[in-house]
Design a protein around this ligand. Structure first.
Ligand code: PHE
Length: 335
């Protein structure tokens, strides 16, 4: 092989190896093997050689061309990802075979319900807030008018930490946090995780989700509370809800109610379901929140998100939500 040819061959192979993508490879190909390529030019120059020189040189150029072409094809295959697929599959790549579908996850049903609720409330001018899951005793109890003697403070119901704080037993402490931070007037919702020292069974969980709602403004009355609750239920249930208010006791509201809905999910049964504890914010709680109860009034409610999801989807065991069984979770995949 002539020194010129050997160098050209080496250059061509190096250019092919250096090509980082198919475009660069095409460039190298035309530079050496194209119509005006360097190797092509050498082959063309055969005619200028004598009859004795021609066969040997012709063969040498051809060999070099085969080497370069082979390397080029290998590089192309690699760059196209075909070589990679072969390596992964351990066999020849069949582009007509159906692929392996990627694992598509979905949002947890509680997250889906939460998003839906946030959407509904944003439409009514509420903003979403957050609060800590580890809470001061004052926010979780005192400021909500829950006296030291109240059974809810008992370790039977509350996870107390060594430093005197607790895991919040409801989202209601965020009522205070919102009032102190935002002042009146305000409209907030606070979806979040709560904890109670429960004996766990099909309807009780130590970790559960609530959504707190709070509206404070001038002249807010029970009528506003009912309007907002009915709007919420209409959106969620997709029908005009039949509701009733019963007195309910929560130390931080006065008056306090249990809001029941008649057969919310059309089971056909003549049944009232307790869905929404709510009430007018107690003046003392407004005061703790730095808001003058002579000037402002408000309502609050607490929605149990698992309960809502259970009723809606016919889920019978609350433990399924946190059990991590993908067969359960997969059912809430949306197209
Ligand atoms: N925090 C109460 C609970 O967890 C629910 C509630 C919220 C009641 C707001 C009235 C007003 O049971």
């Amino acid at each position: 092989m002539s020194p010129d040819l050997a160098q050209l061959r080496a250059e061509a192979l190096a250019a092919i190896d250096a090509a980082e993508n198919l475009d660069a490879l095409k460039g190298a190909e035309s530079q050496y093997l194209g119509k005006k390529g360097a190797l092509t030019a050498l082959l063309r120059s055969l005619g200028t050689l004598s009859a004795e020189e021609r066969p040997a040189f012709g063969k040498a150029v051809n060999d070099a061309k085969v080497d370069v072409t082979t390397r080029l094809e290998a590089r192309e295959e690699k760059l196209s990802g075909v070589a990679l697929a072969d390596a992964l599959e351990g066999g020849p790549f069949d582009p007509t075979e159906p692929g392996i579908p990627p694992l598509v996850g979905n949002l947890h049903p509680i997250t889906q319900v939460t998003h839906e609720l946030v959407d509904i409330f944003e439409g009514m001018g509420f903003s979403q807030c957050d609060g800590p899951e580890v809470e001061f005793e004052w926010f979780n109890f005192d400021a909500l008018n829950i006296p030291a003697s109240h059974p809810a403070r008992d370790t039977q119901d509350t996870f107390w930490l060594d430093d005197g704080n607790c895991l919040r037993t409801h989202t209601s402490p965020t009522q205070l946090r919102a009032m102190l931070k935002l002042g009146a007037p305000l409209r907030v919702i606070v979806p979040g995780r709560c904890f109670r020292n429960e004996a766990v069974d099909a309807t009780h969980e130590h970790t559960f989700y609530q959504m707190e709602g709070l509206m404070v403004d001038r002249d807010i009355s029970v009528a506003h509370l009912i309007y907002v609750m009915k709007t919420l239920l209409r959106e969620i249930l997709g029908k005009d809800p039949k509701i009733r208010l019963r007195p309910g006791f929560f130390p931080f509201v006065e008056p306090g109610f249990e809001l029941d809905v008649h057969d919310p999910f059309d089971s056909g049964e003549d049944k009232w379901l307790e869905i929404l504890p709510c009430g007018m914010v107690h003046p003392e709680v407004l005061r703790f929140g730095g808001i003058d109860p002579e000037e402002w009034t408000g309502f609050a409610f607490g929605l149990g998100l698992q309960r809502l999801a259970m009723l809606r989807y016919g889920i019978t065991d609350i433990r399924d939500f946190t059990g991590g069984d993908r067969r359960f979770l997969r059912q809430f995949r949306r197209a």
